[in-house]
Design a protein around this ligand. Structure first.
Ligand SMILES: [Mn+2]
Length: 456
């Protein structure tokens, strides 16, 4: 058994080598995973074990590439201050199942949809070499690290929760330590997802993690700074499908062409050769179906349906998901909906529907924040309405949360961003300080000039 110091050095080298090679390997090399490093006590020599997911030719190319990279790799290691010498690296192809965590996992999981996976990989959007490299790099990081922290934005939605649960399940099946936490609670409608009740809700999580994966946050403040990325995470992976994004991660997988994080994760799982379990597929499906507005919003692409088909084939019960998310409403939520509909006003010559809820509406109906789901969409029903504008007073009494939905005629994302919010062209939101009247006036003033002329 190597001593604690050597163990630390081995772990450090394993991580550094993985990251360096994944950053620098040419795309035609098969999927490389580094499985172990064994350094001699005098730091003269280090055996570096690796495996390759790929055919014979890819394996040979990988060996050749590693050989070529050796010198540059050694040079890049010189910046590691905790090492007073860089050992000579010997790359050793490792095919022994016990060490190959990824391979062990694949062997353990029957490939139920092998033919289909191949077809899915072909039908997933052809990633640009840049994104492909990132996905590949993420797969390597997931494999080569031990402890993970997963989180998303405040007031987690179906896509955040679904992505967290699917990724957590995948990581646990690889034997990793996983903590999932958000600053806000998981909405009740997602509690049917296995693992959803175990997701922690806390303002602050302590401890250190090898890797933090952050879902759809334009910046660390969007996750309420639940951990301090600099001091608590060795490496930060930032996954998002929204534009207007701060690139705060060490790896930023940003794809505005994807409907949801769930769709992006499908790329990661597909590249990892992972065959989804029913629970993972259901969690991802929830992300897909909620983020596309049941496949009705503009971000719904042929690709979204292909991914949905793939998830159904992995066992998703679509009717069950529908029942939990869309066909179940508490009496309190119905009463809240009635209040919101009762508040409807048509302004700007009928081109904007305004819906409002006060704090009293919540307390008197005993409704919760997540009972507001779907209210904003009602404002798009009047044919003259181009935009539905929904405002609600937050519990703190100082702020108003604004949701905007459109029919494609106004860029609501740009509008929300100009106030410090975000979203998509047809669905965006922002939280502003002020009274309902102040905030309504402020947004209408900016919105009205953007509206298409009304029909007379
Ligand atoms: Mn999303």
């Amino acid at each position: 058994m190597p001593g604690r110091r050597m163990q630390r050095i081995n772990v450090l080298l394993l991580r550094e080598i993985s990251n360096y090679v994944l950053e620098n390997q040419p795309p035609e090399t098969g999927l490389l995973t580094f499985t172990a490093v064994d350094t001699t006590a005098d730091l003269m020599e280090a055996k570096v074990f690796y495996s390759v997911m790929g055919n014979e030719a890819e394996r040979a190319r990988a060996a050749e590439q590693l050989d070529k990279m050796r010198w540059e790799l050694t040079r890049s290691m010189r910046r590691l201050e905790s090492l007073n010498r860089i050992p000579h690296f010997h790359f050793i192809f490792d095919d022994t199942p016990p060490r190959r965590a990824g391979a062990r996992f694949i062997e353990k999981t029957p490939q139920r949809h092998t033919a289909h996976d191949v077809c899915l990989m072909a039908s997933l959007p052809r990633l640009s070499p840049r994104v492909r490299r990132k996905v590949k790099q993420i797969v390597g990081v997931l494999r080569n690290n031990t402890s993970f922290f997963l989180t998303g934005h405040e007031r987690p939605d179906g896509d955040t929760v679904g992505s967290e649960l699917a990724l957590a399940s995948f990581l646990k099946s690889l034997g990793k330590k996983v903590t999932v936490a958000n600053i806000g609670p998981v909405p009740k409608m997602f509690h049917f997802l296995p693992g959803a009740r175990a997701v922690r809700s806390a303002p602050r999580i302590t401890g250190k993690f090898d890797v933090a994966v952050i879902f759809e946050c334009s910046g660390p403040d969007r996750m309420g700074n639940i951990i301090d990325l600099k001091s608590q995470a060795g490496l930060v992976i930032n996954v998002d499908h929204h534009i207007h994004h701060g690139l705060f991660g060490d790896i930023n997988l940003i794809d505005a062409g994807a409907s949801s994080n769930s769709e992006q994760l499908c790329q990661v799982f597909s590249m990892a050769g992972h065959s989804l379990t029913k629970n993972e597929a259901t969690a991802l499906y929830v992300g897909l179906v909620t983020d596309t507005g049941r496949f009705q919003q503009e971000n719904t692409r042929p690709q979204s349906h292909r991914v949905a088909a793939h998830l159904m084939e992995a066992g998703v019960d679509v009717a069950e998901v529908f029942r939990h998310i869309y066909a179940t409403r508490s009496p309190a939520a119905l009463r809240l909906m009635s209040r919101a509909l009762g508040s409807l006003r048509m302004v700007a010559e009928g081109r904007v529907s305004v819906l409002r809820l006060t704090r009293a509406d919540f307390t008197e109906t005993r409704a919760q924040e997540d009972d507001t789901e779907d209210i904003v969409n009602q404002g798009l029903l009047p044919p003259t309405a181009s935009v539905s504008f929904f405002l609600r007073e937050l519990d703190n009494g100082r702020e108003v949360k604004v949701s905007l939905r459109g029919k494609g005629r106004v860029d609501l994302c740009r509008l929300a961003v100009s106030f410090g919010g975000g979203g998509h062209k047809n669905a965006s939101g922002v939280t502003l300080e002020g009274t309902l009247d102040d905030v309504e006036a402020k947004i209408l003033k900016a919105l009205t000039p953007e509206l298409p002329p009304g029909e007379k």
